[in-house]
Design a protein around this ligand. Structure first.
Ligand code: HEC
Length: 155
């Protein structure tokens, strides 16, 4: 017995092949880490959200994961690439705690503008910070954040 293929089948199958979208788009090997970062992160907001921030790797990791929960479209590999990119290019810098403005302090540390303003106010009222101990007295400033960043403060 011979299995017979209906005459119309082959052209129809060919058409189906053309019409169906590819199941998985192959990832481009040519994207640089910066391009991966730009593709994923410059979507909902612009660079102004990232520019000027100086976080430790763990904080970038948390931030990127938070963005994925908010809807950023990144594969597991993209997340790793972006965290590496940010950790290298937006790493912590020294904090000149006696001269930086509240806006600058807010970019240096995971604190709100209110807390950054409290640092500036304390500095003005007490004639400048001399040590980590002084910083720990600022109202609302979490002492754990001060201790985690103690090597960065310049008095
Ligand atoms: C789906 C939309 C979306 C995408 C994509 C996105 N973000 Fe965000 N991002 C937000 C929203 C919403 C906020 C909150 C804005 C606010 O707090 O006022 C935010 C805030 C931020 C902040 C400031 C707050 C913080 O936690 O420090 C940073 C930094 C940031 N995003 C980085 C990134 C990075 C890095 C990426 C790429 C991995 C990214 N974002 C992609 C939606 C997005």
């Amino acid at each position: 017995m011979r299995f017979r293929i209906p005459g119309a089948f082959l052209p129809a199958a060919g058409l189906l092949y053309l019409v169906l979208p590819p199941i998985a788009r192959p990832q481009s090997d040519e994207e640089t880490p910066k391009q991966v970062f730009q593709r994923v992160c410059i979507d909902c907001h612009g660079m102004e959200m990232i520019e000027g921030k100086h976080y430790r790797r763990e904080l970038w990791q948390q931030t990127v994961q938070q963005m994925v929960r908010r809807g950023a479209r990144a594969s597991g590999g993209d997340v790793q690439t972006i965290v590496d990119y940010l950790a290298a290019n937006y790493a912590p810098t020294k904090i000149h705690v006696n001269s930086e403005s509240a806006a600058e302090l807010q970019l240096d540390l995971p604190i709100t503008l209110d807390t950054a303003s409290a640092i500036v106010r304390y500095r003005q009222e007490h004639g400048g910070f001399k040590s980590i101990d002084d910083l720990e007295k600022v109202p609302n400033l979490n002492p754990a954040i001060v201790r985690e960043n103690q090597d960065r403060f310049v008095f």
